[in-house]
Design a protein around this ligand. Sequence first.
Ligand code: CP
Length: 332
Amino acid sequence: MQAAWNRPHILELASWQPWELDLVLQTASSFREVLAGRTKKVPALQGQVVTNLFFEPSTRTRSSFELAAKRLSADVMNFTPGSSSLTKGETILDTAKTYLAMGADILVIRHQQAGVPQFIADQMDALEAGVRVLNAGDGQHEHPSQGLLDLFTITSLYDPENPRLATLRGKKIAIVGDILHSRVARSNLWALLAAGVDLHLAAPPTLLPQAFGGLKPTDSPGCLTLHWTLEPALENADLVMTLRLQKERMTAHLLTSLREYHQAFGLTSQRLQGCREGVKILHPGPVNRGVEISSELMDDPRFSLIQDQVTSGVAVRMALLYLIGTYGEEAP
Ligand code: CP
């Protein structure tokens, strides 16, 4: 018998068990059916309030959490830092407490500083507020909903009716680009290693420190290999994920030029020739066209899963909001 969901908050994927990943995939698959139906909506979170606290810019994550919450019939509040009382010196915690006082049940938090969602979750637990917290990306730490929507996208490729971890075992997946600054790479790393993937990371040495090689948990069924050139990572790869070069987080001069970076690590159709036939490309977005990936490859439907990732985001975020929003309720 499968264990019951037991997380009030979703803050990272590093500690997740394979059955939890599979439960999210199954739940998201059910919500994908709902979204394909006529009404596209279920009453699962009717009366609950979901608050998007985004202290850092976002297009995909914020909008898809909003849509996911609405599809679950929750009420949604959106916080915009530039026009909020943060500008008058209010703290993040007081902001969260203000939304709590208005009846927020779930706080979806993005912040440029790693650890902020965990901090707010701890404070809410200390207040015994019963509020759930969902990390929508914190600094260079994790972006769990992105890791899960990527997992849903690729497992759906191998079995659209029944996406599950087992279909990824032994597949070669390359993650290429600005791994150092990427919370997406970290969340994907935990999920893909738990799935038993043969995972290859590739970047210039300044964006892929040796220490990443030590991240693989000893009990994980996956393999982890680091490369400082692109070709060995792409050789016979089933899937390739390229990452945005995070110019806003580059405090040191870690690259000589964007042009040289594209020449050495930018994905193009030509570069995919060493990959397995049928190779697919992922990118979490937003994309620097012509830097980490050529415009032509990004828009090529034979290879690109980028729009599928965005579509998957709604069903996966519905699953996450549903699981934490109904956590602790008696099963019907
Ligand atoms: N992938 C991602 O987090 O995109 P946004 O910054 O647009 O939310």
